[in-house]
Design a protein around this ligand. Structure first.
Ligand SMILES: Cc1cc2nc3c(=O)[nH]c(=O)nc-3n(C[C@H](O)[C@H](O)[C@H](O)COP(=O)(O)OP(=O)(O)OC[C@H]3O[C@@H](n4cnc5c(N)ncnc54)[C@H](O)[C@@H]3O)c2cc1C
Length: 387
């Protein structure tokens, strides 16, 4: 596997073990059927508990049976899962970084006891409801409301584009608490079998097909006061979760790009035209050289983020830069890999076109490429240009 500047040498034993476990899981459990799942628009649900047993959900957290592995190990895990498919990595990202992380960081002891172990094993599935039909890039304008009524809250509103909502047991729903001064955004743990909750599936996606995406309808849903995440108030809640998930995405995108590179290199050394392998022509070598260089540059960026995160110095803007660069890189290089495979490249027999289609979602969710550009622009100039 491509490791042009020898980053492997700096990994410790646990990091190698986690990477190798994930790589083997992808080779044996994901790759054989992922094309079929992508074609059918289904997620391999039988893998949910298997991924839990292998410790793929939030292993970088500790306590409640979670091992607290290094941020590099967590990143390598995301990289290997997305080398299989972005849908598999999305499952682990949402469950770990967007559901378990907020419960771990902001939940009450009771919430942690109730949910963390079951989410960690995959016995329960979670989802993260922030985006609304009218508010995507600007979630602070959300319309979902939580109104206090005695010792309960009544939630109403709708969320859309929610990964896993149709198969989730619990949703982390972000809503404005209209009973508090200035209606701050609060996080609510909402079981999806409560009266008034609906989770319709969104069909006919042309990207991220091996992942379940849906809506969350909330029609006067009553939850106890104990469903509020007590430790956070305001947009810091959802945004801090997104920083965790985006960190994993910076690694995941490298996995998808690396799989495209490996597929294109294998193909180029095997496929013959004009009497020799196409990899013997300068044009194709130039493409492979560019791919390897771009992937290596992205690897260096994510490895550096891991070091910063490990020592508590990572800034969200630095994560934005890596999401901005690495996902755009993977999107571009998947297209080049696809083109190197000629006609075969447009089939499900090879991974690049599937990764390419997936990258359209990864480029858009967790802050679009444009929004990360604006975050960086703000950080570099001190002048916000969002509005
Ligand atoms: C498959 C999939 C899974 C998802 N999973 C989840 C999930 O689990 N939970 C969740 O909450 N959300 C999820 N999302 C939603 C995702 O985060 C949003 O789609 C994303 O934030 C963009 O919002 P939008 O689609 O409303 O686009 P919009 O915000 O309407 O943006 C449309 C275009 O306008 C551009 N734009 C917007 N504002 C500006 C500006 N100020 N300056 C310049 N350009 C701008 C954008 O970059 C984009 O190109 C998912 C999306 C997809 C496709």
């Amino acid at each position: 596997m491509l490791d042009y500047v020898g980053l492997e040498a700096d990994l410790d034993e646990e990091e190698r073990l986690i990477r190798d476990t994930a790589r083997e899981f992808v080779e044996e459990q994901v790759n054989p059927d992922i094309g079929e799942h992508f074609e059918n628009g289904t997620f391999p649900e039988e893998l949910i508990t298997e991924m839990g047993e292998l410790g793929f959900y939030a292993p970088n957290l500790d306590g409640y049976g979670l091992p607290g592995v290094s941020e590099t190990a967590y990143g390598l895990l995301m990289q290997e899962l997305e080398a299989g498919d972005s849908g598999i990595r999305s499952m682990a990202s949402v469950q770990g970084a967007l559901v378990m992380y907020p419960i771990h960081a902001y939940g009450s002891d009771e919430q942690k006891e109730r949910w963390l172990a079951d989410l960690g094993t995959g016995e329960k599935v979670g989802c993260f409801g922030l985006t609304e039909p009218e508010h995507g890039s600007n979630p602070s304008a959300m319309e979902t409301r939580a109104e206090k009524d005695g010792d309960e809250y009544v939630l109403s509103g709708s969320k859309t584009w929610i990964t896993n909502s149709p198969i989730a047991d619990v949703a982390v729903v972000w809503a404005r608490d209209t009973s508090a001064e200035d209606s701050p955004v609060r996080g609510f743990l909402v079981e999806t079998d409560r009266d008034g909750v609906s989770t319709n599936k969104i069909d006919e996606k042309l990207s991220m097909r091996a992942s379940v995406t849906g809506e969350i309808g909330l029609s006067n849903v009553r939850v106890p006061e104990s469903a509020v995440l007590p430790g956070v108030s305001g947009m810091k809640g959802p945004l801090s979760c997104l920083t965790q998930a985006r960190y994993g995405i910076t690694w995941g995108a490298i996995g998808a790009a690396r799989d495209c590179f490996e597929t294109a290199r294998d193909y180029a050394t095997d496929r013959e035209q004009f009497g020799k392998p196409i990899g013997g022509f300068q044009l194709q070598q130039g493409k492979l050289a560019e791919m390897a260089t771009q992937i290596t540059t992205a690897q260096l960026l994510s490895h550096r983020l891991a070091d910063l995160k490990e020592r508590g110095d990572l800034r969200p803007q630095q994560v934005s830069m890596a999401k901005y660069n690495n996902v755009s890189m993977a999107r571009d290089q998947a297209r080049v890999a696809r083109e190197m495979l000629g006609g075969n490249g447009i089939t499900l027999d090879y991974s690049p076109m599937r990764h390419l289609a997936n990258m359209e979602t990864v480029y858009t969710y967790e802050g679009t490429h444009d929004i990360h550009s604006l975050i960086l622009g703000h950080d570099l100039t001190g002048i916000p240009a969002f509005e």
